[in-house]
Ligand binder design. Structure first.
Ligand SMILES: Nc1ncnc2c1ncn2[C@@H]1O[C@H](COP(=O)(O)OP(=O)(O)OP(=O)(O)O)[C@@H](O)[C@H]1O
Ligand SMILES: [Mg+2]
Length: 250
């Protein structure tokens, strides 16, 4: 197995305040990692530091063999556009564009793929996430779940190695959340590494491994194994996770 991301002795401070300290983590290609922890424990900060959206104060973030913490902004942007996809709690789609145009925009920015290929990827992604019927719709006229599925398509348009998410289902109701999680699990099964921050046990139970952050440190991690479409297995994972989180004081 290939290590796609390695974090070595990562520290992050904002002015005088230390928010992350001594973070060490290895992520193998194809893994699905969930990051949990109390509000303010540093989850988003960690996600931003390991995905090149922010820089660590010290330490190394080795992405696909390259220490991205040492690269200039332009080089980091290129890697992010080409090899990383992002989804957030809010979809951040552009209001004056259709669903389809929002999805293909990062593909055209990259310039590596032909227009034809970008369009083809967009069609495939929209079909997979069941939003192909609303491709031309104004984003103001679709549901929250449809918006989030469009955001996932946008995150995947350049076929990234890693999909990062910060509370990607945080604004969705439970059934829509389940649909979005099914899509994320499918994408992961097809080979994309997934790293998401979540408060939700049902979301974290879909991951292979859960990391618990406490006061900016990795307090513990729990291995769950690959997700299977089996309700009983999922429930038993949720139970294990609940017990483990209790031990963490969550
Ligand atoms: N840009 C910033 N400037 C100063 N302090 C920051 C900044 N971003 C985050 N912090 C501080 O860092 C700490 C960790 O914040 P972070 O957003 O990473 O927590 P979190 O675990 O994601 O919380 P939540 O679950 O509420 O989203 C908090 O104390 C926060 O106030
Ligand atoms: Mg956060």
């Amino acid at each position: 197995m290939k290590t796609i991301l390695e974090i070595k002795d990562l520290y992050k401070s904002f002015e005088e305040k230390e928010v992350l300290s001594n973070i060490n983590l290895k992520v193998e290609e194809g893994e699905f990692i969930a990051i949990m922890g109390q509000s303010g424990s540093g989850k988003s900060t960690l996600l931003y530091c390991i995905s090149g959206m922010d820089r660590p104060t010290s330490g190394n973030v080795i992405f696909d063999g390259e220490d991205i913490s040492k690269l200039n902004d332009e080089k980091i942007s290129k890697i992010r556009l080409k090899q990383m996809g992002f989804i957030f709690q809010n979809s951040y789609l552009l209001k004056n564009l259709s669903i389809r145009d929002n999805i293909i925009l990062p593909g055209f920015k990259l310039g590596n793929l032909s227009r034809e290929n970008v369009n083809k990827n967009a069609d495939e992604l929209m079909k997979k996430t069941c939003i192909d019927n609303i491709a031309g719709h104004d984003i103001k006229k679709v549901s929250g779940g449809q918006l989030q599925r469009a955001a996932i398509c946008r995150g995947l348009i350049n076929k990234p190695d890693v999909l990062f998410g910060d509370e990607p289902t945080g604004a969705l109701n439970s059934s829509t959340s389940r649909e979005v999680l099914d899509i994320i699990n499918t994408i992961n099964k097809e080979g994309t590494t997934v790293i998401i921050v979540t408060h939700d046990v049902k979301v974290a139970a879909r991951a292979d491994k859960v990391i618990f952050l406490m006061d900016g440190n990795i307090n513990d991690e729990l291995s769950l194994g690959k997700h299977e479409e089996d309700e009983e297995k999922t429930l038993s994972k949720e139970k294990r996770l609940y017990l483990w989180l209790e031990k963490q004081g969550f």
